[in-house]
Design a protein around this ligand. Structure first.
Ligand code: CO
Length: 209
């Protein structure tokens, strides 16, 4: 007998629903995937990538971790990025964070969470560099809110500065990097105005100096 039977029941109902609407759906999908988008998002259970942008299986390549970080030595994230860009030839890489991110909030507190403090250190580094801006904000909630945005912008820059993306742009491959934020309170996405399409876009932003 299977454990967690309700999840298998949900799965059967889901597969049946899709097959009913499109009998060839799974067979076609099994032959190949050709997503146009790579989503790099937070692991938070409240930010389900496919659902919030209304994309079906096969349409979104997804990598998620705590606080949607793109670390230059994270082989997991880099392998996803390399495969998405060089093999799947995605046209867009979307770094999507969210307001109320627990990882970002924890980064503004004293380190005390064990191993994950090393991970959150990357966000603390952003907070340190942007201390003047953050300190000028009225309260802790406002600082968390802004740091969620700054973190997304920083991670989009981290994507853009990987050799994977730099090489793609040198080859003339069209791939754009976006920074988006999701609001848990209304389910809506916002574009933070980050759209990097070439090396000049990265160099042109003083924010990332
Ligand atoms: Co989060």
């Amino acid at each position: 007998m299977k454990v967690l039977p309700h999840l298998f029941a949900n799965n059967r109902a889901w597969a049946a629903r899709i097959s009913q609407a499109d009998p060839d759906f799974f067979a076609a999908l099994a032959r190949q995937q050709s997503p146009e988008y790579l989503w790099i998002g937070c692991a938070d259970s409240r930010v389900p990538a496919n659902e919030i942008v209304g994309l079906r299986p096969g349409e979104l390549f997804v990598h998620r971790n705590v606080a949607n970080l793109v670390i230059h030595t994270d082989m997991n994230c880099l392998a996803v990025l390399q495969y998405a860009v060089e093999v799947l030839q995605v046209k867009h890489v979307i770094v999507c964070g969210h307001y109320g991110c627990g990882g970002v909030a924890a980064a503004l507190e004293a380190p005390s969470h064990g191993l994950i403090d090393h991970w959150l250190r990357h966000i603390r580094d952003i907070a340190r560099r942007r201390a003047a801006e953050l300190d000028a904000l009225p309260d802790h909630a406002a600082r968390v809110h802004r740091l969620c945005e700054l973190n997304i912008i920083e991670q989009a820059a981290n994507v853009a500065t990987t050799p994977i993306i730099q090489d793609a742009w040198r080859r003339g491959q069209a791939v754009a990097i976006h920074g988006w934020v999701y609001d848990l309170h209304d389910g809506l996405l916002d574009d933070l105005g980050v759209c990097l399409t070439c090396g000049d876009d990265v160099r042109g932003s003083t924010d990332w100096a």
